[in-house]
Structure formats: structure tokens, C-alpha cells
Design a binder for this molecule. Structure first.
Ligand code: AP5
Length: 412
């Protein structure tokens, strides 16, 4: 009985994960297509006269409240992806996978006598003899279901193995390319010692992705304000408590907290020969404060490296980003760098989670903060000739190479 309950829980968990991944993927597709309003989509579907899509049903599908029907899904995808047959086929397969999990949950519930999803006429209403027919029909249905599950699982397993192989070879190619780029540029970068660089750029522009590479090349540590805040929140400190309220709303954390944390981190010995600031300064006041802080030891920010990406690209990246609980530098993406096992970090096996401030509303507020306050920082560094701007789009390794070439050109 305990085993059966465990199996049932596992089936429910697996279904919940599949459904969330399905809704997340719909979400990314929606952003990919320029985030048309649900009403617009519903109107276009009505005009096409196939399946009716109401705004509320679209919202339920994208928020993962329930699995929509296959027809509904295909119509929604058709509206978003403009009838691309390849895309429709992918979604048909994706839907079948979630449906399979939903059926498994239904079968478990039925076996354990909890709420039945398979349904049928209530037993007490059947005429005599009907009970036997009904049981036989159920047994037959279960047998067919089991066969179908076994077949589907074997197809899925084969597809997974193929996908694993493709991912492994793509990862190797990326590592090779990064390694080649690293060897190519490292000698030149070593010429510039004691480098102090501030990474700037809107949310999701790739600051956190690029900083470990730059840190390795320049042999200086990364001081990531967002991470310092999150560490303090996890540790339950007073500063963490103060930061949390603002971060949840996508606002900037007040300077008294931010600058205090930076000042404390700059006391650490590893920052003596340079560092990379990730996420600070973000306001004109912070530019001034950081300059003052560094002037005490006759230092300054040598260059601000600005990554440019558009708003849509940023949303696409952030709603799909998943971060490892064990190590926040392990970052996956549900579409662009999907983990081999849903919800599990490929690097260390830790659980992956969605950052609290990566919901669409909070990302929009973070963009507001960027537009209103942080773009002025970019202008200021530009006017002081301390700015290096590059495009943050393209593969991760191509952005690293672009950053290195631009810094080399800047430092001459
Ligand atoms: P912070 O943690 O710094 O967040 P952010 O600046 O909004 O930046 P993100 O971490 O979201 O994005 P990123 O640019 O690092 O992109 P990433 O490389 O991860 O700050 C959080 C909050 O803390 C702020 O909102 C604020 O409240 C507070 N705060 C921080 N500093 C502060 C300050 N100075 N003052 C006051 N408050 C402050 O990439 C994103 C995704 O895209 C990933 O999934 C990645 O895999 C993917 N990706 C990256 N590059 C590529 C590529 N080339 N192609 C495809 N995908 C890519």
C-alpha cells in the first residue's frame, strides 16, 4: 500500500513538473511572438473559425492551471507561431507527453480508490450484470493503457537518449569554442593587470553568464550585488530582510544597504588586485559613491562594460531561466539550455528553481528601473570615456569573445 502511495505521489509530481514545463514553454512562445494580448489572440482564433480560445482559458493554459485540450493547444500555437507545421508537430508531441503523465495520475487514483478521472457510470446505477461488464471493460482499458504507456515510454526514452547525445556534443562544441577563444585572448588580457570593471546592462542581458568567464580570464573575483542580497536573504540577516521587500517588487534596494554591502565586500583581500562588479552601479548616485569608495585607496572603475539586449529577448531569457539551488552559477534555460532531467541541474544534480523576481510583472518593473535610472549610468560612463558597449546577443561564447576584443581595443 505504501509503495502504491509512493508511486502515486511520484506520478503526481511528475505530472506537475511536466505541466509546469509545458506552461513555461507556452509562456516563452508567447513572449517570442511579441506578447500579443490574450484578447487579440482570442479574436484572431474566432476569425479563423476553428477552435474557440477564450482569454481566460489562454491565461489558464499559460499559467499551468490545467492542461488544455490538444485542439486548443494547437490552435493557440497556430495563432502564435503562424501555422508553422514543424512547430505544430513539436507541440503535438509535447502535449502527448504531458497527457501521458496526466493519464498515469488518473490510473493511480483509480487503483487507489481516490477521485477517479477515468469516470464511467456510477456503479450503483448500473443494471444487474452491468457490474461485471463494467469491471471487464475497466480491466481491458487498463491493459490497453499499460501497453500504450509502455510503448510511449520506450519512444520517449529513445528520444531522450538521442537528445542527451545531441546536448553532450553541443556542450563539447561550446566548451571547445570557449577554450579556443580563451587561449586566443588570454595572453593579451594578462597585459592589463589590476583591472576594475563594472558590468552594466538591462535584466537578462548576460552579466551573470559572462562574469565567470571574464573573472577567469582576468583572474579577478566577481562582486555580484544581486547574489550578495540573495545570500543575505537566505541567511535571514537584517540587511537581507531590508533588501527582500525591494527585490520582490523589482525595485532597486536603497543605497544604505547596497553600498554597505559593497564596502564590506571590498575589504576582502581577494579584491586587492582588481575585481568585476556585477550589478553596481545602477544609479548616478551609486556611480559617485563607488568612485568615492575606491578613491580612498587611489583606485577607480577602469571601464564599464555594457551588454545591449532588447526587451523581448530579455523576457524570453528570464522567464525560462532556472537556477541551481546548490550553486547559483549553474544556470539552465527551459528552451535554450534545457536540463537533461526536468528540474535537475546537469552539473551537480541539485534542484533547479525559478528566481522569485523572474515573473513577468517583476521583470517589467526591473526594466522600468533600468530605463529610468540605470541608462543614465551608461550615459555618464560614456561622457567620461569609460564605457565599452557590445551587443549581448548571439551565443554565450561569441559574446565572451566580443567582450574580450572590445576590452582589448579599449585598453589598447
Ligand atoms: P541581479 O541579480 O543583478 O539581476 P539583474 O541585473 O536583473 O540581472 P539578471 O541576473 O536577471 O540578468 P543577467 O544580466 O545577469 O543575465 P544572465 O546572465 O543571468 O539583481 C537583482 C535585484 O537586486 C535587482 O532587481 C535589484 O532589486 C537588486 N540590486 C542588484 N544590484 C543593485 C544595486 N546596485 N542597487 C540597488 N539594487 C540592486 O542571463 C539571463 C538568462 O539568459 C540565463 O538563463 C542565461 O542562460 C541566458 N543567456 C545569457 N546569455 C545568453 C546568450 N548569449 N544567449 C542565450 N541565452 C543567454
Amino acid at each position: 500500500m505504501a509503495d502504491q502511495t509512493d508511486d502515486q505521489h511520484q506520478a503526481v509530481d511528475a505530472y506537475a513538473r511536466e505541466l509546469t514545463a509545458f506552461a513555461d514553454a507556452l509562456h516563452v512562445l508567447h513572449v517570442d511572438c511579441g506578447s500579443p494580448s490574450y484578447r487579440e489572440i482570442a479574436t484572431a482564433a474566432r476569425a479563423a473559425g476553428r477552435v474557440s480560445l477564450s482569454s481566460s482559458a489562454i491565461s489558464e493554459a499559460i499559467s499551468g492551471k490545467r492542461l488544455p485540450s490538444l485542439d486548443f493547444t494547437l490552435e493557440l500555437v497556430r495563432q502564435l507561431a503562424k501555422n508553422d507545421q514543424g512547430v505544430l508537430d513539436q507541440w503535438r508531441e509535447r502535449w502527448k507527453r504531458v497527457k501521458l503523465h496526466q493519464r498515469q495520475v488518473g490510473a493511480h487514483r483509480k487503483r487507489s480508490g481516490t477521485r477517479s478521472k477515468i469516470g464511467g457510470a456510477p456503479a450503483q446505477l448500473l443494471p444487474e450484470g452491468g457490474q461485471g461488464v463494467l469491471s471487464a471493460a475497466h480491466l481491458e482499458a487498463e491493459r490497453i493503457l499499460k501497453n500504450a504507456q509502455a510503448q510511449a515510454e520506450s519512444v520517449i526514452e529513445k528520444a531522450r537518449i538521442q537528445a542527451d547525445e545531441m546536448t553532450a556534443s553541443a556542450t563539447q562544441m561550446l566548451l571547445d569554442a570557449t577554450e579556443r577563444g580563451t587561449i586566443h585572448v588570454v595572453a593579451q588580457l594578462k597585459l592589463r593587470e589590476n583591472c576594475r570593471i563594472a558590468l552594466v546592462g538591462p535584466p537578462g542581458s548576460g552579466k551573470g553568464t559572462q562574469s565567470p568567464f571574464l573573472s577567469k580570464l582576468l583572474e579577478v573575483p566577481v562582486l555580484h550585488l544581486g547574489e550578495l542580497f540573495r545570500d543575505n536573504i537566505r541567511g535571514g540577516t537584517r540587511l537581507g530582510h531590508k533588501a527582500r521587500r525591494h527585490m520582490e517588487r523589482g525595485e532597486l534596494v536603497p543605497d544604505e544597504v547596497t553600498l554597505g554591502m559593497l564596502e564590506a565586500r571590498l575589504q576582502d583581500r581577494d579584491t586587492q588586485h582588481g575585481f568585476i562588479l556585477d550589478g553596481i552601479p545602477r544609479t548616478l548616485g551609486q556611480v559617485e559613491a563607488v568612485d568615492k569608495l575606491l578613491a580612498r585607496t587611489s583606485e577607480k572603475i577602469d571601464a564599464a562594460l555594457n551588454f545591449e539586449v532588447g526587451r523581448d529577448e530579455s523576457f524570453r531569457r528570464l522567464v525560462g531561466r532556472r537556477i541551481c539551488k546548490n550553486d547559483s552559477s549553474h544556470v539552465a534555460h527551459i528552451m535554450y539550455a534545457a536540463p537533461q532531467k526536468d528540474g535537475i541541474c546537469d552539473i551537480c544534480g541539485g534542484p533547479l528553481y525559478l528566481r522569485e523576481d523572474d515573473s513577468r510583472n517583476v521583470i517589467a518593473s526591473r526594466w522600468d528601473a533600468w530605463n529610468v535610472q540605470s541608462e543614465l549610468v551608461v550615459k555618464k560612463y560614456g561622457s567620461e570615456r569609460r564605457l565599452v558597449t557590445i551587443s549581448g546577443t548571439g551565443t554565450v561564447s561569441s559574446v565572451t569573445e566580443r567582450a574580450i576584443s572590445a576590452l582589448n581595443a579599449y585598453f589598447g
